[in-house]
Design a protein around this ligand. Structure first.
Ligand SMILES: C[S@@+](CC[C@H](N)C(=O)[O-])C[C@H]1O[C@@H](n2cnc3c(N)ncnc32)[C@H](O)[C@@H]1O
Length: 198
């Protein structure tokens, strides 16, 4: 069951009140508060961006001095400022050189991925799909994240989790596991945070 299908909790009500289309914004906010991910002027790639809560949050943090690229194969549900480029596309189809040319940048300062598969109800199937999306986000970071850049990616914890974490350790100086308070206690999703790309 996705967040949207469950009864509204404290975070859901708060998101509605604060005009965010999804409660997931508080997951990114908590990670950002912990690791100081976002600053004015940064260039950020937001993968799995729809309906748009993370993109609103990131746009506020990087300000109009920054650039945000929001990519999802689903449609965004929010209005975003002009310095946010919205692309309706699967992350699997991104061609890094073309994307960087389109936004006239040499790389990103941060890549964040909240990508999640449509859940099937079969734990192992969902974990394996989540792992594949996570590894795609990492692959894109290897190609487009600037040296010293940071990464946040959602992953469903399963048997591939340690493989993902080990791979991240080969790319980033520091790797942390963060399970924000707003992740529902019964959920097996968590976030891997990579700080300072080597
Ligand atoms: C939990 S939602 C993201 C919520 C978003 N961070 C927000 O705050 O509004 C997960 C998203 O991952 C997207 N997604 C799944 N597979 C994808 C893919 N291959 N490429 C891009 N987006 C994908 C889904 O369409 C969905 O919108």
């Amino acid at each position: 069951m996705s967040d949207n299908q469950r009864p509204q909790d404290h975070f859901g009500r708060r998101a509605k009140k604060e005009n965010y289309p999804a409660r997931s914004v508080y997951k990114l906010q908590e990670i950002d508060n912990k690791v100081k991910l976002l600053r004015p002027g940064m260039t950020v790639l937001d993968l799995g961006a729809a309906p748009g809560s993370w993109s609103i949050y990131v746009a506020d943090k990087v300000t109009s001095k920054g650039t945000v690229v929001a990519i999802d194969n689903a449609s965004m549900k929010v209005q975003l400022p002009a310095y946010v480029t919205v692309i309706k596309q699967s992350a699997l189809d991104i061609v890094p050189a073309e994307l960087l040319k389109q936004i006239n940048k040499k790389g990103f300062d941060a890549v964040i991925s909240d990508m999640a598969p449509h859940t099937s109800g079969h734990k192992f199937v969902d974990q394996s799909r989540s792992f594949n999306l996570f590894m795609r986000a990492i692959e894109l970071s290897e190609e487009m994240l600037n040296l010293g850049g940071n990464f946040v990616g959602k992953i469903f914890v399963g048997e591939d989790f340690e493989t993902a974490r080990a791979h991240m350790r080969s790319i980033f100086k520091t790797v942390k596991i963060v399970k924000p308070k707003s992740v529902r206690s019964e959920s097996f999703e968590t976030y891997l945070v990579g700080l300072s790309k080597k």
